[in-house]
Ligand binder design. Structure first.
Ligand code: CUK
Ligand code: CUA
Length: 656
């Protein structure tokens, strides 16, 4: 602890003159405030809270007064919560959890017909899946820059991909393919968001069939990169226009799309060229040791524009409903090329100018920097050193790299700033290493707490990163926060990049799943709507055919059930009594007929698991079978007005 007695006089005057006197100046009509008073008040506050000079400087850079907005928004994966977390930077205030793969009661996500339909898009093997292991969110891009329109995120556990519309921060679509059995290199977008890439992690036989790995791992198990076609006009993935590129069962890891000079290519790591499959009670070593026997794995280089042409020319085979470019075709036609990469790497990140492909060694102390110019020249000249057992040409390692940077222990992921610097997370050393892309020299290291996984810099995956801020996304937090039992939050540490030496600004616990990755976008690129258009179904974006207008509320008994057309407005539902008979199918159609910003109503019914959120303008549908007779209170769950408690009614289910 640096005690404020060592505080330099000049620094105090700076702090007081620069920041603390602003309020005083405003109150005293322009006359400057008595400095001595403010100075001693500051020192007293610092002493009372045991704050050092560095602490106060950090506080000045993150403290955000009431009503002030953040400069950036970070979209972080919610890890196993299956959600996305929206965080303001530099305040590190949580602004929203977006329900994505998991039902989320606050938003009524997964409770009404609209969002149940979205979740149903992620059913696999005939099962509803109500959780996800989300890892990598990806913002939509135009010409390699975040455009603020969409966000995509993958589910590693049940390979799925979700589309979130940033017009209303709502999940609109979930897609999946039974072709593959898990993913990890997902989601990554091509520079104009033509495709969203989802790459397998653990190989399985394509299409979900059975094969014993002890006998048929090499022959039957496969990985793939799925290129999901994004239809930007519709704001949806078009599965029929999507395709996959088959990979050998090398256990692919992270991926990134090329940009500018490397546009048209995508890069995928692999960690298991050993073709291990486990079996530690069947006479095999555990995966952890067998995966890392070889000194080199293969960086997969995919020419996706060529793949797209071949698929269009009918060269793909349809497996489990997905068009798949088979290995033989990809190897022969130059779609897939390998280049060795050191020992079980983890992250692969393309530099802002698209020239360098940086691979984090994980079990190697280096960051390896491949050059797309060299790779292209080698491919054009047909300069391959060998072929892998599946017939894929392999480029010579030494000739494909621009160099290696000696980073330290456990390099994982890399981000970039606007000064030509790269920032790599070192998991084992638990630091952020700042290094110069040009000279491949380490410039600075900042300790993190603890075990940093990913890191995210402002606009850090684009063709024009901003610098300024970086968040270290740390796995362990053992002595950083008050104790909360054996399961601890993750620790996001905000780092100041504005000076040559990095400095730590803020620790933020993330108590909801383990976020892996995040992306940080300039807040002014986002243009969300304030309210829905009257009667809008948020999932279709259209006026609902069942829209309910004021004074048109009614109950109609139809062949498919009792339709209740209801409106919600401060502070009543109309009708506020719903009479049905035991066994009736009930279809509620509810419109929030307000257009006032922030005037959300909730709607809940006891015992029927009914809970929705109806934002201003929104139309929502709920279907249930009234199979239990009785009296069930229903009420608004958002404290919407002084008479919110009166916004209630009864569902009356008359016995048969
Ligand atoms: S992964 Cu978790 S730290 Cu899923 Cu991107 Cu590297
Ligand atoms: Cu509407 Cu409370």
């Amino acid at each position: 602890m640096h005690w404020p007695t060592g505080l330099s006089r000049s620094w105090i005057s700076l702090a007081i003159g620069g920041a603390f006197a602003v309020g005083a100046l405003a109150c005293s009509g322009g006359k400057s405030a008595p400095r001595g008073g403010a100075q001693s008040a500051l020192l007293e506050a610092m002493k009372a809270r045991k704050l050092s000079e560095a602490d106060v400087q950090a506080a000045l850079k993150t403290y955000t007064p009431t009503g002030r907005m953040d400069e950036y928004l970070t979209f972080a994966s919610g890890g196993h919560s299956g959600q996305v977390i929206v965080i303001g930077v530099p305040s590190m205030r949580i602004l929203k959890y977006i329900g994505v793969f998991t039902p989320e009661p606050w938003q009524g996500y997964g409770f009404d017909e609209q969002t149940k339909g979205v979740l149903a898009g992620g059913r696999r093997a005939g099962h509803d899946i109500t959780w996800a292991d989300t890892h990598h969110p990806a913002l939509s891009e135009t010409a390699g820059d975040y455009d603020g329109q969409y966000l995509f995120i993958g589910d590693k556990a049940n390979p799925r991909l979700a589309v979130i519309d940033l017009a209303d921060f709502t999940t609109k679509q979930i897609v999946t393919t039974e072709l593959i059995g898990s993913d990890h290199g997902a989601a990554f977008v091509t520079p104009n968001t033509d495709y969203i890439v989802e790459t397998t992690q653990y190989p399985v036989p394509f299409g979900g069939g059975y094969a014993d790995p002890a006998k048929e791992y090499k022959e039957k198990y496969r990985g793939a990169a799925v290129f999901w076609k994004f239809d930007r006009k519709k704001g949806r993935i078009d599965p029929a226009a999507s395709f996959a590129v088959e990979f050998p069962p090398y256990t692919q890891d992270l991926a990134d799309a090329g940009k500018l000079v490397s546009d048209g290519y995508a890069f995928f790591n692999s960690i298991n060229t050993e073709l291990a499959w486990g079996g530690n009670q069947e006479g095999q070593p555990s995966m952890e040791s067998s995966y890392s026997k070889s000194d080199m794995d293969y960086l997969h280089i995919v020419n996706w524009k060529k793949a797209e042409e071949l698929v269009a020319a009918g060269k793909a085979e349809t497996i489990a409903g997905m068009k798949v470019l088979r290995l033989e075709v990809s190897a022969a036609e130059g779609v897939l090329t390998f280049v060795p990469e050191p020992k079980s790497p983890h992250g692969v990140d393309v530099s802002p100018d698209g020239e360098d492909i940086v691979v984090g060694g994980k079990l190697d102390t280096h960051g390896t920097v491949y050059s797309i110019a060299k790779i292209k020249a080698l491919i054009a000249a047909g300069k391959f050193e060998s072929k892998d057992p599946y017939g894929v040409p392999v480029l010579p390692f030494k000739e494909a790299i621009r160099g290696q940077v000696e980073l330290g222990l456990g390099p994982l992921h890399t981000q970039f700033d606007n000064q030509g610097n790269a920032y790599t997370s070192l998991f084992l050393e638990t630091v952020v290493a700042k290094w110069s892309l040009k000279d491949l020299k380490v410039l600075d290291k900042l300790p993190t707490h603890y075990n940093i996984g990913h890191l995210v810099a402002a606009e850090g995956d684009t063709v024009s990163p901003d610098g300024g801020y970086l968040i270290a996304m740390n796995k362990w937090a053992l002595d950083r926060f008050n104790k909360v039992g054996p399961l601890l939050p993750q620790n996001f540490q905000l780092v100041d990049l504005s000076k040559p030496k990095m400095s730590l600004l803020y620790d933020m616990p993330i108590p909801l799943g383990e976020p892996h990755y995040a992306q940080m976008i300039k807040a002014d690129k986002l243009k969300p709507v304030d309210v829905y258009k009257p009667g809008e179904d948020p999932i279709t974006g259209e006026k609902s055919p069942e829209m309910v207008e004021a004074n048109k509320e009614r109950v109609e008994r139809k062949a498919d059930g009792v339709h209740v057309y209801m409106t919600a407005v401060r502070s009543h539902f109309t009708p506020d009594i719903i009479r049905v008979k035991e066994g009736d199918t009930v279809k509620l159609h509810i419109d929030n007929i307000e257009q006032a910003y922030d005037a959300t109503h909730g709607f809940a019914i006891n015992s029927y698991n009914i809970n929705i959120s109806i934002e201003p303008g929104e139309h929502s549908d709920v279907t249930f079978v009234a199979d239990k007779a009785g009296v069930f209170p229903m009420y608004c769950t958002e404290f919407c007005s002084a008479l919110h408690l009166e916004m209630a009614g009864y569902l009356l289910v008359e016995p048969k």
